[in-house]
Design a binder for this molecule. Structure first.
Ligand code: NI
Length: 231
């Protein structure tokens, strides 16, 4: 009996050791898998939360330089959709945008609603602005933000221009309250979003910089629109 008892005890001990060992391996595997998931999740967050901030209707002699200073301090690149006749007045601001790495797009020469003018005028509005911008920067714009979001598809195709719409619009031009603009954009912010603001208003420029600070803190990375559209 004694001998048999000892043998059982030994078997039980072996089984227990094996069980502890297996449990250990299982726990280890689980922890490794969890930490791999965490790393992947972190990398996903960093790579995927892109957002673009765009400014229309400039350049403005007073507010555009303030905005450019703020963007430079934060090392953020924005996308500017400029009006041809304003660009012609302030070529030094267009030059500065280009030197500081911002994307410069076309917003027509006179800020016209393209589907309310004839096709020839539509083409002229786009072409004149492209020429002004090319003369200043040496580069022909590829992107067009059509005022009021309307255009003739065939004309843009002929001219090899890509339309850029937006999906986060705080209507900054009618609220003109920095706090309200910031709140609206921050609550609507989403991955691959395109924020629409106007750099011809002081509160919009101030809001733009606050939006950048808040969303950067929340893990967003600001990119120019080509990075979102070409992806
Ligand atoms: Ni506009």
């Amino acid at each position: 009996m004694k001998k048999r008892g000892k043998r059982w005890k030994l078997t039980a001990e072996i089984l227990l050791t094996a069980a502890v060992c297996l449990a250990g391996i299982w726990q280890n595997t689980k922890e490794t898998a969890e930490s791999v998931n965490q790393v992947e999740k972190k990398e996903d967050d960093q790579e995927d939360k892109k957002i673009a901030i765009t400014f229309d209707d400039g350049p403005d002699a007073v507010f555009t330089p303030v905005l450019l200073d703020g963007l430079k301090q934060r090392n953020v690149k924005a996308s500017f959709f400029v009006i041809g006749q304003e660009a012609e007045k302030y070529p030094e601001l267009i030059q500065r945008m280009k030197e500081e790495g911002h994307l410069i797009g076309n917003h027509t020469y006179h800020h016209v609603e393209l589907t309310r003018v004839d096709a020839q005028t539509e083409q002229k509005e786009i072409e004149m602005t492209n020429e002004v911008l090319e003369q200043i920067t040496g580069e022909r714009p590829v992107f067009l933000r059509p005022p009021y979001g309307s255009w003739r598809e065939e004309i843009l195709q002929d001219m090899e221009m890509l339309p850029v719409k937006w999906n986060i619009d705080p209507l900054d031009w009618c609220t003109k309250s920095t706090g309200e603009i910031v709140r609206k954009v921050v609550t609507q912010a989403e991955e691959n979003g395109i924020i629409l603001l106007h750099d011809c208003y002081g509160p919009s420029v101030e809001a733009g910089l606050q939006i950048i600070d808040t969303l950067t803190e929340a893990g967003y990375r600001f990119v120019t629109v080509d990075e979102l559209i070409m992806d």
